[in-house]
Write a protein that binds this ligand. Structure first.
Ligand code: NOJ
Ligand code: CA
Length: 687
């Protein structure tokens, strides 16, 4: 379906989604600006909002357009992700292209491409190859999101360097990024740029109960889009993260910006189930992905966070020594984990923190007490893989100089997964974590690791935008406040945190959240510590299901798992790759209940998490195969459990259930429940 029509100024183009729920209207206003608006079931969601750019080179403002042509098409395809929450994904949309030329006489051409899905709209700018524009520098993007009212917003402060904030839930008119950030002394590196600034994914809820998620898809060769908020007009505008010189992006035609995404639903569950962001990304570039494997692992890691051991060798408590890591390998092998992450294995940690030293790590020199040759042989014998750690301490140019050697060194030792880290200010100096330069760094890491057949888990990185469709070797990133932040002295997490993350940060892609803590007061090795985990034990189990990731690191120490072997069984059993996912019920800030079907198996796993309030949730098992009994093992909060005073109290119950069963489970304050469902022989038949 392709139609080309010519339009007169101010003519409206309307496009309805295939299910008619979403309508997009595009129109030139009197000044020639192309404006878009969106309605959901007839209800305005985005009022006419502007488009355009300011260029620093050539110097011009591109915001008044002549429409040269309008084209439309439609697509409906189904594709299979290499790994994911579901086995196959339907990508069905209508597309509208506005071909435009600068009305002010530069002759520059730009296309605006919209895709209208049943669950939202994505749009991007395309600068085609053209004589009048070759190299150019973006000074600003003028995309607006004109909201209809003072919605409830789930937001973190706009910040060029950190996305590890707690979420704030306020009316838009009450957003104050400066004030919110001032309450967060644990965030060491802040680059705030104003009180009326928030990051994406941003979740909004209207008073009529419509959920709106604003984010971006396919962030390639461009800075992260954050949002400025004009409170008087309830207008959000794109705010691109600048570079050291204040420019936003250095580009060359032909070029396509990332997609600006607006997902809309009146059901919180449907918002969580949206695959729009993945669908807007390009298909995988990795033709043979057989080496890419979702993984459940443990880490020689929390020891350092809680003060049992240290990353540096100096000081006499070096964690990554050969004997200690052998114990982790033994524990991983005995309990069916795929891997063991080892931090602090390489020379340099004595100098790593401080933001100014450039060549601290070379990524190939183990400390003398870490015998990587014998450990990799031992791991191989035990059927476990070591996971490499590359902390760059923000010295990114140094990392780039060493990448090839470092990746070859990994492969020589049978290691094909790397956790990267970017703590501190970025070197080259003046670059920000979320600028174009770093986005391109992550691209270089992704390309190079793909070349070497290495999987990546990035910390302190740009938040994901669905690029894992295109580069399925980039399995997960941190890029938000993880469970490990409970060990930060001031604030830690809030029990509601994990009920907001799925609606915000996780909309772009998986997070290395490190679920699974069984020990709550973090003063086991350092009695001065006041830090603690702010959930119940049952909720830690549920997080393996509710916080989707193909990489799940069971965060706690082996000795803490050994205290609760029956609860640990759930962590041993829960898979990390799925054929199907059902969002059973959810409300941002309150609760999330999800069930997932294990990849290639008939078994299901379910999880429910709540905020600081106790509540009962219902698991309606109508998704189970009819005619079968399932054995349900239910890991739930004990009657007297609560996150604050009795977090480790849980109960395990076994039941036979069918697709007719509705099970109500009470969650404690800050609590949760996890259920393993194994399909038994069909009723009347033997399996
Ligand atoms: C911060 C990461 O998030 C954490 O997981 C890691 O242990 C430290 N940096 C050290 O690299
Ligand atoms: Ca971190």
């Amino acid at each position: 379906m392709a139609i080309a029509v010519s339009v007169t100024a101010q003519e409206k183009t309307v496009m309805h989604s295939k299910n008619s729920a979403i309508s997009l209207v595009v129109q030139n206003n009197e000044a020639g600006n192309v404006q878009y608006s969106i309605t959901y079931n007839g209800e305005p969601v985005i009022l006419p909002s502007g488009t355009g750019f300011v260029f620093n080179k050539p110097s011009l403002r591109l915001d008044s357009f002549e429409t040269i042509g309008i084209d439309s098409s439609a697509n409906d395809e189904t594709w299979e992700p290499v790994w994911g929450e579901v086995k196959s994904i339907r990508n069905s949309y209508k597309e509208l292209t506005y071909a435009m030329a600068d009305k002010k006489g530069s002759g520059i051409r730009v296309n605006l491409i919209f895709r209208v899905f049943d669950d939202g709209v994505g749009f991007r700018y395309e600068f085609p190859q053209q004589e009048k524009l070759g190299h150019f520098i973006i000074g600003d993007e003028l995309t607006g999101f004109q909201l209809t009212a003072d919605h409830t917003a789930f937001w973190i402060p706009g910040d060029y360097d950190s996305n590890e904030y707690l979420y704030n839930t306020t009316r838009l008119s009450a957003v104050d990024a400066t004030k919110a950030a001032a309450k967060e002394p644990d965030i060491a590196l802040k680059s705030l740029y104003g009180p009326d600034a928030v990051q994406t994914p941003l979740l909004l809820k209207t008073d009529k109960g419509i959920y709106i998620n604003i984010h971006e898809a396919a962030l390639v060769n461009y800075p992260v889009m954050q949002l400025n908020l004009d409170k008087a007009h309830l207008l959000l505008s794109s705010h691109l993260v600048p570079d050291a010189a204040g420019n936003k992006a250095y580009l060359q035609t032909p070029f396509k910006t990332p997609w600006r995404t607006i997902i809309v639903s009146n059901k919180a569950t449907d918002l969580l189930a949206s695959k729009m962001i993945l669908n807007l990304n390009e298909p995988s570039v990795i033709s043979d992905p057989s080496w890419i494997k979702p993984q459940k692992f443990i880490g020689m890691w929390w020891e350092m966070h809680v003060g049992k051991a240290t990353w540096p060798k100096a000081g006499g408590k070096h964690g990554a020594n050969t004997g200690n890591v052998m114990k982790y390998i033994d524990f991983a092998a005995a309990n069916g984990f795929d891997g063991v992450l080892v931090e602090g294995w390489n020379e340099g940690w004595e100098d790593w923190f401080g933001n100014w030293k450039e060549n601290v790590f070379d990524f190939v020199t183990p400390y003398p007490d870490y015998n990587i040759d014998s450990l990799s042989a031992y791991a191989k014998k035990k059927g476990v893989r070591l996971i490499m750690h590359h902390e760059t301490s923000g010295s990114v140019t140094n990392y780039e100089r060493h990448m090839d050697t470092a990746y070859r060194f990994m492969l020589e030792h049978g290691i094909n997964t790397v956790k990267t880290g970017y703590v501190g200010r970025i070197i080259p100096r003046g670059e920000y974590h979320d600028g174009q330069w770093m986005v391109n760094h992550f691209q270089r890491v992704t390309d190079k690791t793909a070349h070497y057949k290495i999987m990546v888990d990035s910390h302190e990185s740009v938040r994901p935008t669905g690029l894992h469709r295109t580069y399925p070797n980039w399995l997960a990133s941190e890029a938000a406040r993880g469970n490990e932040f409970n060990n930060a002295p001031a604030l830690g997490l809030r029990p509601e945190h994990e009920t907001i993350l799925p609606f915000t940060r996780l909309m772009g892609g998986p997070m290395d959240y490190t679920p699974g803590y069984f020990h709550f007061q973090l003063n086991q090795f350092d009695s001065t510590r006041k830090t603690r985990i702010r959930t119940t034990l049952a909720k830690q189990l549920a997080l393996f299901v509710t916080m989707y990731s193909p990489l799940q690191m069971a965060g706690d120490l082996p000795e803490n798992y050994e205290q609760f072997p029956d609860a640990f069984q759930f962590i041993k059993d829960v898979p990390v790759d799925w054929d199907d996912t059902k969002i059973l019920s959810a409300e941002p800030g309150d609760y999330v209940v999800i069930a997932r079907k294990a990849k290639g198996r008939a078994d299901w796993f379910a999880g429910a998490v709540t905020d600081e309030n106790s509540r009962s949730v219902e698991f309606d098992f109508n998704f189970l195969d009819p005619g079968y009994n399932y054995q349900a093992i239910i890991y739930k909060d004990a009657e007297n459990a609560n996150w604050e005073t009795n977090p480790a109290a849980y109960a395990i119950e076994k039941k036979t259930v069918t697709n007719k069963t509705k099970l109500s489970v009470k969650l404690a304050k800050g609590g949760g429940a996890a259920i393993a469902l194994t399909r038994l022989a069909s009723q009347g038949k033997r399996r």
